[in-house]
Write a protein that binds this ligand. Sequence first.
Ligand code: BG6
Length: 487
Amino acid sequence: ASLPAFDYTVFGGTGDLALRKLLPALYLRDRAGQVAAGSRIIAVSRSALTPSDYRAKADTAIRRHVAADELDEGLLDRFLGRLDYVSVDATSDSGWSELAGRLEGRDEPVRIFYLATSPSLFGPICDRLRSAGLVTPDARVVLEKPIGRDLDSAREINEQVGAVFAEPQIYRIDHYLGKETVQNLLALRFANSLFEPLWNANHIDHVQITVAETVGVEGRGDYYDHSGALRDMVQNHLLQLVCLVGMECPISLAQESVRDEKLKVLRSLKPIEQDDIATCTVRGQYRAGAVAGGAVPAYADEPGIPAGSGTETFVALKVEIDNWRWARVPFYLRTGKRLPAKMSEIVIQFRPIPHSIFPQTAGELQANRLIVRLQPDESIRLHLMTKEPGPGGMRVRPAPLNLSFAETFGGRFPDAYERLLMDVVRGNPTLFMRRDEVEAAWQWAEAILEGWKARREQPKPYIAGTWGPSQAIALIERDGRTWHEDE
Ligand code: BG6
């Protein structure tokens, strides 16, 4: 179905996210024919730029961040023609009447305000949008993460934004929910009869979720050092993955059903108390090392990072979901910067068979493992035990059933932002976080932050280009398990 025209006003329009992700995503949707005639993107920031300066910036950014075979001069020109720029100061009166002038008389297109700024500006921007008379009953606001830095600040932001926009108008982005393979978890679990009967503590031994990155702080030192891996990745992206793996079957795909089920998982997370900090959490920080053959500096020597910073760039956790389905099934989570590979995957480790008829000489029996690779090389692999072919008697060994998305479906997978930006235009908030979800996630994550603080838990060092501090390996091996390694 064709989508309505929109006016996307992007606060933080000259920022990294807008230039690297939002503009390329909108260009690609435009290229795919999804952007209705008359749609506009109005970038806003404090910088004194003219619209044509901004278009030049956008032009460079899109050429840099869109694959060469997706660049088309004619289409890019048309897209740049949709861009406008207004210099607005979020914290003073300056620029607001100009912005109002740009939106005046534009009642037809869907009006969207995308706040890609520091979260401390979310409240002030919403207030000024209201005073400027720009908040129409159907207007939507998109909030980038992080929504605050703890439960209190998240609540405050939610209050401030909620005083201007009603909850159904608010779209809190977690871009992991826009990834194809993440949505595919819903299909894997609920469009197949094979897995769901086994998807519980009777048959699953444990779950592993790894979100590994090779990049460092990428010039975002100031933000990152105040945040750290737990706030930057675990509170949002990893917990959302836990929710999709752990939730009950929603009654439908309608927005509230899925979000209701995710919320129940968040509320069932067993709190990590101070006494559990040593056994259930690992904080790490990278030292100088080498990633993909190139030498990289220590975190503390990155630009913008104060010497002696105690911020973590790696987290590993042992998490439990206290409910009937998941009792005593640990979810081991780990995420970090400057790890050996950019790789995100979910491993479902099934329990061993109850009894073996195979002699030891037949080889080692391994329990089944389902591996959902989120990125790169999206795939679903199921490790099965099979007989080794040949006449030499019965020998068994594991072999994968491998569903590679590239091989099966070909073509390119849209970036998460492409999907999510258009869902806002569509008015579909299913893949966005509701207020209660964000707050439940903070409540749980905050206990860990507090535990670390109370116990003065300094990050353990790891060499850039390795899988984190040795304590992260101990975290899982203590339980007689190991992190999944690619064969
Ligand atoms: C962002 C974090 O939310 O996600 C970044 O702020 C991180 O620190 C990024 O690099 C990872 O996203 P992706 O899509 O590259 O896995």
